[in-house]
Design a protein around this ligand. Structure first.
Ligand code: HMG
Ligand code: MG
Length: 306
């Protein structure tokens, strides 16, 4: 049996686009609402069907997300497209439901220090609040995903035990969360860690329940994506252009770039339903219209002569 056939590499992957949220949240330039809507339109045109568009966080903490309410109200209804938004607490949930958001992301950190820096609460307080948020959100008919941040290492505390991460994931699933995204928030993971985490998480919970949310801080994003794929992971997060990062994690650079990941998936013959050229066009728009720096390697290659 060949290596590829022997591995649990999937035939298709769900690409979960976080550019309008994780990507833009770390950009100093405040992007006007109309421009955000145009960015999202281009992502839809490229074939993406899961797009994280914003966050109902405190506007003082992340000014870029201050227009989440209005943005969600104005999103175009498109068949098969799911718009996601982050909800850090009950106040965020109130805003999300009032705006009509139907797909919500909950936050939790696998380290105490990152939790306090990121959402000003202890991990236990966040877990308790997430339970209340999940109960209310599910009663309102919402679908949930849950992030475990700093799952592969914390920039403040260092090593994070995998058992702690898996317990947080299990707790999310018990609350009714549909999928847990394991976050390499500052790109600290090592390939063997990704392999172990993917193997144990998929054995315990199944591939549909687990996503990998990789940041490319140290240039290991694609290696980690391939490692996760070899373990059978079927949902991967990415941001168009590779923009972004977590403002409350020092050194957090952009997410793995959607076009870099998509190029790899195409070469592996793994289906996504997303067109590489459309993502490159969206990155080019981010560069030319918004003046953003685009870290993606594939992008630099693709636009070399444009
Ligand atoms: P806080 O200051 O502790 O809030 O912020 P509080 O509960 O003490 O309340 C203070 C005031 O804020 C009150 O108003 C609340 O109503 C209001 P007052 O009574 O004084 O007039 N308030 C809010 N207003 C609007 N929206 C809200 C909200 N909550 C309270 N949701 C809070 C706590 C969680 C809100 C804050 O810490 C926060 O917004 N943090 C978010 C930081 C953030 O967005 N980080 C980046 C996203 S996480 C990430 O990037 C990682 C990820 O990508 C995965 C990975 O890479 O691993 C997901
Ligand atoms: Mg992130």
């Amino acid at each position: 049996m060949s290596g590829a056939a022997a591995s649990r590499r999937p035939g298709a992957v769900r690409l979960f686009e976080v550019g309008p949220r994780d990507g833009l949240q770390n950009e100093a330039l405040l992007v006007p609402l109309e421009q955000k809507l145009r960015f999202i339109e281009q992502l839809i045109a490229a074939g993406l069907s899961d797009i994280e568009v914003g966050a109902f966080v405190h506007p003082k903490w992340v000014p870029q997300m201050a227009d989440a309410d209005e943005l969600v109200r104005r999103l175009p209804a498109r068949e098969g497209v799911r718009y996601w938004a982050l909800v850090p607490n009950e106040r965020g949930l109130d805003r999300a439901l009032a705006a009509g958001a139907a797909h919500l992301g909950l936050l939790a950190s696998a380290s105490e220090t990152h939790s306090r820096k990121n959402i000003n609460r202890s991990v236990d307080r966040v877990r308790a609040e997430n339970r209340r948020v999940a109960t209310r959100a599910l009663a309102a008919g919402a679908t949930l995903r849950g992030y475990v941040s700093v799952a592969f290492g914390c920039p403040y505390e260092g090593e994070v035990p995998l058992d702690r991460v898996l317990r947080l994931a299990e707790e999310y699933l018990e609350m009714g969360v549909a999928q847990v995204a394991l976050g390499d928030t500052t790109g600290m993971a090592e390939p063997d860690q990704i392999r172990r985490a993917a193997g144990r998480a998929l054995d315990a919970f199944g591939a549909e329940r687990i996503a990998f949310h990789l940041h490319d801080t140290r240039g290991t994003g694609l290696v980690h994506a391939l490692t996760a794929l070899e373990e059978g992971v079927t949902t991967l997060d990415a941001s168009t252009g590779g923009i972004g990062g977590c403002p409350y994690a020092p050194g957090a650079a952009g997410n793995l770039a959607t076009e870099d990941l998509l190029y790899l998936l195409d070469r592996l013959g793994i289906g996504t339903g997303v067109g590489l050229e459309g993502i490159v066009a969206a990155s080019q728009w981010l560069r030319d219209e918004l003046g953003l720096a685009i870290p993606s390697r594939y992008f630099r290659f693709a636009i070399a002569d444009r």
